[in-house]
Design a protein around this ligand. Structure first.
Ligand code: GLN
Length: 492
C-alpha cells in the first residue's frame, strides 16, 4: 500500500513510531496528484511549498519527541471557501479571482496548531451554490468513481480528492447538504456538525444561519479526529456555542445494542432511486441485526424543506454577497462610466449564472411587497420542520435516511434545469434548517459501480450518537474499504 492510501490514524501511528516522515508522506501525496489530478481536477490551487515546510516542521516536532497531536504531519485539503492567510481564496468565483486573505479562518489556525499539512485549495460550486461543482468559474471536478460523472457539490473538490487519495482528509462547508451529498456521491465519510459547533470565522458567507464547516475523511475514526481538532467557542464568531467539547474518539464504540434508530417514511417516496433505496434498506437491516431497534417515524413537514431552503438561503446570500462591489476587494470591471455603472458591470461580469439567480431570488423574497408571503412564511415553515425533529428525538436517538436520492449523474445532465439540481438537496436540507448534526457514510455501490451514502442525523450537539452508530456500521461492513480504480486513468 502506498502512503497516500492510508487513513490519518494509520499514518499517525507510523509517524509516531518514526517509520515514516511527514515529508515522505507529503511527497507521496504530490506524486499521487501528479498521477491523477489532471483527470479528477479537484484542486484550484496547490500549496506544495507551504506543505513541505509544514511537513518539515512536523518532522522536527517528531524528532524532538514533542507531544504529537493526531493531525500533525497529515496532508489536508481545504475547500476554497475557507480563508487561508497568504493563499488565494476564490470561492470558485471570478469576483474573488485575485483575493489573498490577510488572515486565517479559525479552523485553519486550529489545524496549524495541530501541525497539519495543507495540500491545497479545492474546487467547489461558486460561493457554495450548487450540487455538482459544475458552477465553478474555473473547472469541472470529475468523480473518481466514473470520470464522466459529477462529484456532487458544492464541496465536490474536497470529496473527490479524498476519494482519489490526493489528500488524506479535507474540509468542506455544508449549508444545505454540501458536505454530506458529495461525500455520498464520492464514497467517503462526510460530516456536518451541529450549527455552532465550529467557528465560521473566515468561512466566506453564503447563508449565515445555515453554513457549517466539517470534515471529509476515509473512515469514521478520522472524522472524529478532525472534528476534535476544529470544535469550540470562538470570540470571533458569536454564533459558535460555548459547550463542553466531548472527545469524539471516545464515541467510537462498536456497540449499538439498545439504540433507537428512526426511519422517516417521508424520505422513501417518489424520486428516490430504487437501487439507492435498496442499499439504504440493507444498511438499516444491518443496524438492526447489530442490536439497534428500528422504529418507523414521520417528519410530516419534510416536503416543505426544499422550497423553504430556496427562500431562506438565497435571501441570506443576497445580503451577504452585497459586499462584492469592486470597491473594497476582489474583481473590478476594467472600464466604467460612473460609480453605479462600475457596481453593475463588476457584479455582472464577476458573478456566474447561478449566483446571479440566487441574488435575484433572495432580493425578490425580501422585497417590501413580498417579504410576508415568502421570507416570513419560509421562517415559519423552518420552525415546523425543526419541531418535527424535536418530536422525533423524543423517541429515537438517531435518524437514518438516504443522503442523496440518486447516485452521481453525468456531467452536464442537469445544468439546464435548476429545479432538477435543487432536488438533489431534498434529503439534506431538512436537517440544515434544524441545525442538526449529520454524517454520510458509504453503504455500497449500485450496479453501475457508483457509491451510495447512508445519512445519519442526531439531535443538536449529539454528534456522539452519530459516531457510535457510524462506527459500529463501519466496523461490521466493508463498504468504506472500496476504492475507485483510477490508477490507470491516464490510459482512458
Ligand atoms: N446544493 C445546495 C445549494 O445549492 C447546498 C449547497 C451547500 O450546502 N453549500 O444551495
Amino acid at each position: 500500500m502506498s502512503l497516500y492510501q492510508l487513513t490519518a490514524h494509520e499514518l499517525h501511528d507510523k509517524l509516531k513510531a518514526r517509520e515514516i516522515t511527514a515529508v515522505e508522506l507529503t511527497e507521496s501525496i504530490y506524486e499521487r496528484i501528479e498521477e491523477v489530478e489532471t483527470q479528477v481536477k479537484g484542486y484550484l490551487t496547490l500549496t506544495k511549498e507551504i506543505a513541505l515546510e509544514q511537513a518539515n516542521a512536523a518532522d522536527i516536532g517528531f524528532q524532538n519527541g514533542d507531544e504529537i497531536p493526531p493531525l500533525a504531519g497529515i496532508p489536508i485539503a481545504i475547500k476554497d471557501v475557507i480563508c487561508t492567510k497568504g493563499v488565494r481564496t476564490t470561492c470558485a468565483s471570478k469576483i474573488l479571482s485575485n483575493f489573498v486573505p490577510p488572515y486565517d479562518a479559525t479552523v485553519m489556525t486550529k489545524l496549524h496548531q495541530q501541525g497539519a499539512v495543507m495540500v491545497g485549495k479545492t474546487n467547489m460550486d461558486e460561493f457554495a451554490m450548487g450540487s455538482s461543482t459544475e458552477n465553478s468559474a474555473y473547472q469541472i471536478t470529475h468523480n473518481p468513481w466514473d470520470l464522466d460523472t459529477i462529484p456532487g457539490g458544492s464541496s465536490g473538490g474536497s470529496a473527490a480528492v479524498v476519494a482519489a487519495d490526493t489528500a488524506i482528509c479535507s474540509l468542506g462547508s455544508d449549508t444545505g447538504g454540501s458536505i454530506r451529498q458529495p461525500a455520498a456521491l464520492c464514497g467517503v465519510v462526510g460530516m456536518k456538525p451541529t450549527y455552532g459547533r465550529i467557528s465560521r470565522y473566515g468561512l466566506i458567507a453564503f447563508a449565515s444561519s445555515l453554513d457549517q464547516i466539517g470534515p471529509f475523511t476515509k473512515d469514521v475514526t478520522d472524522c472524529a479526529l478532525v472534528l476534535n481538532a476544529l470544535c469550540g467557542k470562538d470570540e470571533m464568531d458569536s454564533t459558535s456555542v460555548d459547550m463542553p467539547i466531548p472527545n469524539f474518539t471516545q464515541s467510537l464504540i462498536n456497540d449499538i445494542q439498545g439504540l433507537k434508530i428512526g426511519v422517516p417514511k417521508e424520505y422513501f417516496t417518489e424520486g428516490l432511486d430504487t437501487e439507492v433505496a435498496d442499499k439504504i434498506q440493507d444498511a438499516i437491516a444491518k443496524l438492526e441485526s447489530l442490536g439497534a431497534s428500528v422504529i418507523d417515524i414521520s417528519l410530516p413537514h419534510t416536503e416543505y424543506a426544499i422550497a423553504t431552503y430556496y427562500i431562506i438561503a438565497p435571501a441570506e446570500a443576497s445580503a451577504n454577497l452585497a459586499r462584492y462591489d469592486g470597491v473594497r476587494y476582489g474583481y473590478r470591471t476594467e472600464e466604467s462610466e460612473d460609480l453605479i455603472n462600475m457596481y453593475k458591470k463588476t457584479r455582472s461580469e464577476g458573478f456566474g449564472e447561478e449566483v446571479k439567480r440566487r441574488i435575484m431570488l433572495g432580493t425578490f423574497a425580501l422585497s417590501a411587497g413580498y417579504q410576508d408571503a415568502y421570507y416570513k412564511k419560509a421562517q415559519k415553515a423552518r420552525t415546523l420542520i425543526k419541531s418535527d425533529f424535536d418530536a422525533a428525538f423524543e423517541k429515537v436517538d438517531v435518524i437514518a435516511t438516504p443522503t442523496s436520492p440518486t447516485p452521481a449523474f453525468k456531467i452536464g445532465e442537469r445544468t439546464a434545469d435548476p429545479l432538477q439540481m435543487y432536488l438533489c438537496d431534498v434529503m439534506t436540507t431538512p436537517a440544515s434548517h434544524a441545525g442538526l448534526p449529520g454524517i454520510s457514510v458509504p453503504c455500497g455501490l449500485v450496479n453501475s459501480g457508483l457509491p451510495v451514502g447512508l445519512q445519519l442525523l442526531a439531535a443538536p450537539f449529539n454528534e456522539e450518537a452519530l459516531f457510535r452508530v457510524a462506527y459500529t456500521y463501519e466496523q461490521n461492513t466493508e463498504h468504506h474499504l472500496l476504492k475507485p480504480n483510477i490508477s490507470n486513468v491516464n490510459d482512458k
